[in-house]
Design a protein. Structure first.
Length: 404
């Protein structure tokens, strides 16, 4: 009886082991459902997205050339002006008085000089007849020379006083628009010096030549050089884009504190607006998409297909991709180039036309070399959200958030 019990126990144990092995083999042998694509030739355009604002290429700060109180401002912010338009009138009282004083001085010296010249003429006549001495002639001539010099000085003072008076009327030096008005009537404005910039009354921008100034993240600025193409989109003018060209890349970063010890470094990039619209105004927010590289007709794969690859020979990590051979997944190492928001250039490792596994991400994350797979080729497969699934090695590039 005891032997029978032992035999039954052994049989049960063996049955359990066999069943477990059978289930394990069945699970191992079951094919995983994957989504696939093919290596195709595409045009890959690598871009950098940055935010900023529109500004004129040239603007002029209007300041006073003489220190005085503003009596009248003839324009408002947003007004369009032309060269020679009167913008501001300063109080003229003391400058008119200065001109009158200088003119009176000139008149006085001119009168004295006329008398001195008449006197010199008489003395010269008397000298010819021997009626006056040489000293008298020299003195008369000296008086004329001194008064002539005084007249030149008085005339210079008069011109200066007249120039100061003319500076009380401030006119526009260019065609443009008043983008800011920083002074008010009745305010006293001062002339700038070496240590004091002086009073800025207003700023006039030349709207015929506009540009976008955007802040580019330090990780992206190394790929940007003058001359690259850009597409500019303005929030104020929806469904419209403007062509641009990178003009200048700053060499010094702007560092912004994000709280605590965290900081963000950006570089200012200036972009021309090659086809401006009369609707564009300085200060409008702009999104710039800068093309940093473009490779035409190159082998490419969906970004979602790229996985991590461990080169055991060189003990290095790189990038890989799963191909399919005889119903099994085969991981191969690839070298990649530039990428856009959906596809990445494949330099080597696979050939055009090869079937590759691109998803879903949950399967790719656990897929191993040699796993059995099954698929229905859907070359245009997209995830429910309309984007390739996230991949930790080459994530779907997100449009950066506009800074607050």
């Amino acid at each position: 009886m005891k032997k029978i019990v032992i035999a039954v126990v052994i049989i049960v144990i063996v049955a359990i082991v066999v069943a477990a092995l059978f289930m394990a083999m069945r699970i191992k042998g079951s094919a995983k459902l994957v989504q696939v694509d093919r290596i195709k030739k595409r045009t890959i355009e690598s871009t950098v997205i940055a935010f900023g604002r529109v500004e004129p290429k040239s603007d002029v700060n209007i300041s006073a050339e003489v220190s005085e109180k503003i009596e009248k401002i003839y324009v408002d912010e947003g007004d369009t002006v032309k060269v020679g338009d009167v913008l501001v009138r300063l109080n003229r009282d003391r400058f008119i008085a200065a001109v009158n004083r200088a003119q009176a001085q000139v008149n006085q010296v001119q009168a004295n000089l006329k008398k001195a010249r008449d006197n010199l003429s008489k003395i010269e006549q008397l000298k010819s007849s021997g009626a006056v001495s040489d000293d008298a002639l020299i003195a008369a001539r000296t008086e004329v020379d001194v008064l002539s010099a005084q007249l030149e000085s008085a005339m210079a003072s008069l011109r200066e006083a007249q120039d100061n008076l003319s500076q009380t009327i401030i006119k526009s030096p260019l065609d443009g628009i008043v983008t800011s008005l920083t002074a008010e009537e009745g305010e006293f404005v001062i002339v700038g010096t070496m240590n004091n910039p002086g009073s800025v009354i207003m700023t006039i921008a030349q709207l015929t030549d506009m540009q976008a100034t955007v802040d580019v993240d330090e990780a992206d600025v190394v790929d940007i050089v003058p001359g690259q193409r850009a597409k500019l989109e303005l929030d104020a003018i929806p469904d419209t884009s403007f062509d641009g060209t990178v003009l200048q890349v700053a060499h010094q970063a702007k560092v912004q504190s994000l709280g605590g010890e965290e900081t963000r470094a950006t570089f200012e990039v200036k972009i021309s607006i090659d086809n401006p619209s009369p609707k564009i105004r300085p200060g409008m927010s702009v999104t710039a998409t800068i093309t940093t590289a473009q490779h035409d007709s190159v082998p490419s794969a969906p970004i979602s297909a790229i996985v991590e690859y461990h080169n055991t020979i060189e003990n290095k990590k790189g990038e890989g991709i799963f191909t399919i051979e005889n119903g099994t997944a085969k991981k191969v190492q690839v070298h990649t180039g530039i990428s856009d928001d959906r596809f990445i250039e494949i330099i080597d490792g696979v050939n055009v036309g090869d079937i590759i596994i691109k998803g879903p991400f949950k399967v790719l994350r656990e897929l191993k070399d040699g796993d059995r797979v099954k698929y229905t080729e859907e070359t245009n497969w997209r995830s429910k959200k309309g984007k390739p699934p996230f991949n930790k090695h080459k994530p779907y590039p997100k449009k950066p958030k506009r800074p607050d």
